[in-house]
Design a protein around this ligand. Structure first.
Ligand code: RNT
Ligand code: ZN
Length: 416
């Protein structure tokens, strides 16, 4: 059956429960997803190509075809994006600077990212940014801005200050506000005696980083929390409570990474709680498997719950959705396409729910109907709406994109 025919039947089925699928599609079109550049080269970046990945994060696998230069990475991301419908942003780490100059992290400037800005403009993309407080000799002690060593702290403060300026430059140039996200790996492998001093130092460093004002029209800052890292199992300075408290008292965005929470703790329930206290939220959508393993985002229950938490009460309007994973065991382009398309699918799934009706039932304490309807909805022809959306946006339907990725692997990746 033709995609359009299937859609018109699906549209009618949804109309019967008061859901306008055309409207759902129209909304989805405008929700941007920020694509993690680091999936393309296993978080190596270009400034210090030979540095090992540190900071308690890890890429596993050695699938062939990794991008080795900014040009290769742009080509790969551009190709992946051609298979993904709707609005996108590109999320860069500072180490992805594209320059021949020998520059360290405390010396980065907007000009080192000019090629990315030109490329973003050409492709009508917004840009997001991240200081890179890991994979560097100044982070080898396991501490950056919370270090007891002032020289170390000052180095990272300078790096972070410059990162915000680069974010501001991105926003001004692209016309799309940049979110600069601050994540610090600081922590101890074994149980510390003093859990307070590093947190005091991190607070002071953050205040120093944010002292200069940056035009909020162009750049906003987010703070990302974490529970533990590899080699930092016992104590992480930037815990959830620390970051939430900091963001709430300083008017910063909070970044919730779905990979960072205890296996029985999920972020979908945190969204409505924290947005009462911080102005906006940044998500790092990921998939933890037993630890913060950064598996490719799947269309699973938690992803659907995250989408529901955003869409049902309109909180997506105060949330920036970014992805954060790095899987080197499968085709890296497929990894991008699968993760972004799944995220969009989950949003569409939430957009095709008769939410108002369900809210009413909830207030009437008709929990039987609430459960019955949500369970029946799982069997609705949602796939037909998604396929129709892909077709109208001019990107491949269903698994057709995989054929394109296989061709690209044969013609481009396998020759690297
Ligand atoms: C690490 C954080 C952080 C990184 C990226 C590369 O635990 O999730 O966001 O994954 O910045
Ligand atoms: Zn993250």
């Amino acid at each position: 059956m033709k995609t359009e025919q299937a859609y018109s039947i699906a549209k009618e089925i949804y109309a019967n429960i008061g859901v306008d699928t055309d409207k759902a599609i129209e909304k989805l079109k405008h929700i941007a997803i920020s694509v993690n550049c680091w999936q393309g080269d296993d978080v190596l970046g270009f400034l210090f190509r030979n540095n090992a990945l540190t900071g308690g994060i890890q890429t596993t696998g050695n699938y062939p075809g990794r991008a080795n230069t900014p040009e290769e990475l742009r080509r790969d991301i551009g190709f992946a994006m051609s298979l993904i419908p709707g609005r996108k942003k590109l999320n860069l780490h500072s180490t992805y600077a594209d320059t021949d100059e020998k520059v360290d992290l405390d010396g980065i400037e907007p000009r080192h990212y000019e090629s990315w800005v030109a490329w973003a403009k050409e492709n009508e993309l917004g840009l997001d940014f991240n200081p890179t407080c890991f994979s560097h000799k100044m982070a080898d002690s396991g501490f950056t801005v919370a270090s007891a060593d002032k020289t170390v702290r000052d180095f990272w403060i300078e790096h972070c200050k410059r990162s915000r300026k680069i974010g501001e430059y991105f926003g001004r140039e692209t016309g799309v506000k940049c979110v600069t996200n601050f994540w610090f790996p600081d922590g101890y492998k074994d149980t510390p005696i003093d859990r307070e001093s590093p947190r005091i130092r991190m607070t002071e460093s953050l205040d120093a980083i944010f002292k200069d004002s940056v035009d909020e029209k162009y750049n906003v800052d987010a703070i990302e929390s974490k529970l533990f890292g590899i080699g930092a199992e016992s104590y992480t300075v930037g815990s959830n409570e620390f970051c939430l408290g900091y963001a709430a008292t300083r008017g910063k965005l909070l970044c919730l990474d779905s990979g960072h929470f205890h296996p029985t703790e999920v972020i979908s329930d945190k969204i409505s709680a924290v947005l009462l206290f911080v102005p906006e939220l940044l998500l790092h959508v990921s998939r933890p498997v037993r630890w913060d393993s950064d598996h490719v985002v799947c269309f699973d229950d938690e992803l659907k719950n995250i989408a529901h938490a955003l869409i049902r009460t309109g909180l997506h309007e105060r949330t920036h959705i970014g992805l954060d994973y790095f899987d080197a065991s499968i085709n890296r382009i497929a990894a991008w396409v699968i993760g972004v398309r799944n995220t969009q699918k989950a949003l569409l799934y939430a957009l095709t729910e008769p939410t108002e009706k369900l809210k009413e039932l909830e207030l009437q304490e008709d929990y039987t109907s609430r459960l019955a309807i949500t369970q029946e909805l799982a069997g609705y022809p949602f796939g037909a709406v998604w396929d129709y959306y892909c077709e109208m946006m001019g990107v491949p339907c269903r698994t057709d994109w995989l054929t394109c990725v296989k061709e690209y692997e044969r013609d481009v990746l396998s020759k690297r």
